[in-house]
Ligand binder design. Structure first.
Ligand code: ACO
Length: 369
């Protein structure tokens, strides 16, 4: 019996998000409706509480997120001491670990304690990602503006400028689209970690480490790398054909669960078209479309959430190695919702392995080997 990759195995029950017949819902609401109508803060509230917020609940969440956005001075000092070429995902993983280390409540386990830790982590993670960029540019770290929403604050803390509305709306929609995704690898890692009754920060650190690989969230950075390597629309065909002939995976395509298409990709495709045109880089979209056509026609592989998000983030002026950290900023809402759900009905997650190693044998003393 092969259970490689746990494909098709139902490992837990969850009421947070579902993928049924290729349709993704958060708490029962179709991602298409949320992408078109909800703000990221509404989605955070929905994932954590099971219902959409009313106006005063939303206002309170927005206030709380801004109020907790400041990051401890120790983390900034630490960031400044790290090698300049450290990958932002490694810095982010380390910074969230230190966040847990510095939180005197980290190991308190009541529901209220864990909800507060989820709020603090969500509030601070975008400040940490923005600070990673500011530190490596040698610029001052900026505090969140309480008058701005979450996406707007992130872009403001990153660039020091009040972002334009189109950029804010685009990032907000990208955050909505990436917020949760059933039992994806990083969410599973988070749940495994906290199912030992380890603390919430440890769960998020496990999740960040798991998200970073190119088969998962790291694919968005890899897509941008590929687009830059290809460079011109007329080079797409030879590049992709050669990669396929060499049995290389084309980043941003394929999915373990979706076989006929990722419902998030069409939203990002539309955004990519609009933003690359607005920023005078339609070539990026044209190359993407050509890659998409070849993969669909020749491998029947549709794009996943990571493919068009690369050109979207690039059009927002975001550096390539921050793409996956931004995914982490969004997915923190889902990770923490799953961590709270795991604690609420916990059982240690401890599967078995089918042993295929040597038959039982004896230890040989070192002088006889
Ligand atoms: N490019 C080329 N061929 C592919 C790709 C791809 N991107 N994805 C799958 N295939 C092929 C495989 O080579 C394999 O072919 P074979 O049966 O002839 O050997 C077949 O399709 C099945 O692929 P698997 O890798 O077995 O599928 P699995 O479910 O294990 O992997 C995964 C899913 C990891 C997403 C895979 O499609 C992939 O590596 N994609 C590229 C990386 C990527 O975009 N990751 C982001 C996923 S979305 C997310 O995590 C946010």
């Amino acid at each position: 019996m092969s259970t490689a990759g746990l494909e098709g195995i139902v490992a837990t029950q969850s009421s947070i998000s579902s993928i049924i017949d290729g349709v993704l819902t958060y708490r029962g609401i179709d991602i298409d409706e949320l992408a078109d109508q909800a703000s990221f803060e509404e989605v955070i509230y929905l994932l954590w509480n099971g219902e959409l917020p009313n106006s005063s609940q939303l206002a309170e969440l927005r206030q709380d997120l801004a109020a907790h956005a400041a990051i401890p001075a120790e983390i900034i000092t630490l960031m400044k001491s790290l090698p300049e070429n450290a990958h932002p995902m490694a810095t982010l993983r380390t910074a969230v670990s230190v966040l847990g280390l510095l939180d005197p409540e980290a190991r308190n386990m009541s529901l209220e304690d864990n909800q507060r830790k989820a709020l603090k982590t969500q509030a601070k993670i975008s400040s940490i990602v923005a600070a990673i960029q500011r530190v490596r540019e040698g610029k001052e770290i900026l505090m969140a503006n309480p008058d701005y929403g979450y996406a707007e604050n992130f872009l403001y803390m990153l660039t020091g400028q009040k972002p334009d509305q189109i950029a804010v709306e685009a990032l907000d929609k990208a955050l909505v689209l990436h917020a949760d995704h059933e039992l994806n690898a990083s969410t599973f890692a988070a749940r495994v970690t906290v199912a030992t009754l380890s603390d919430l920060y440890s769960g998020v650190v496990s999740a960040i480490g798991t998200l970073g690989g190119p088969l998962h969230g790291g694919a968005n950075e890899a897509v941008m790398h590929m687009l830059e390597e290809i460079g011109e629309v007329d080079k797409v065909e030879p590049y992709i054909h050669q990669a396929l002939a060499e049995k290389k995976k084309i980043m941003g395509f394929g999915h373990r669960v979706y076989k006929t298409g990722d419902p998030r990709a069409k939203h990002l495709k539309e955004m990519s078209k609009k933003l690359t045109a607005l920023t005078g880089q339609p070539k990026l979209y044209d190359m993407s479309i050509k890659i998409h056509d070849i993969l669909e026609a020749e491998k029947a592989l549709p794009p996943n959430v990571d493919f068009y998000s690369a050109s979207v983030y690039h059009s927002l002026g975001i550096q390539r190695d921050l793409f996956t950290p931004i995914f982490a900023v969004s997915r923190t809402s889902g990770w923490t919702a799953h961590i709270l759900e795991q604690y609420a009905n916990n059982r240690l997650i401890r599967p078995r392995a089918e042993y295929v190693g040597p038959k039982k044998r004896h230890y040989i003393p070192i002088d006889q080997r």
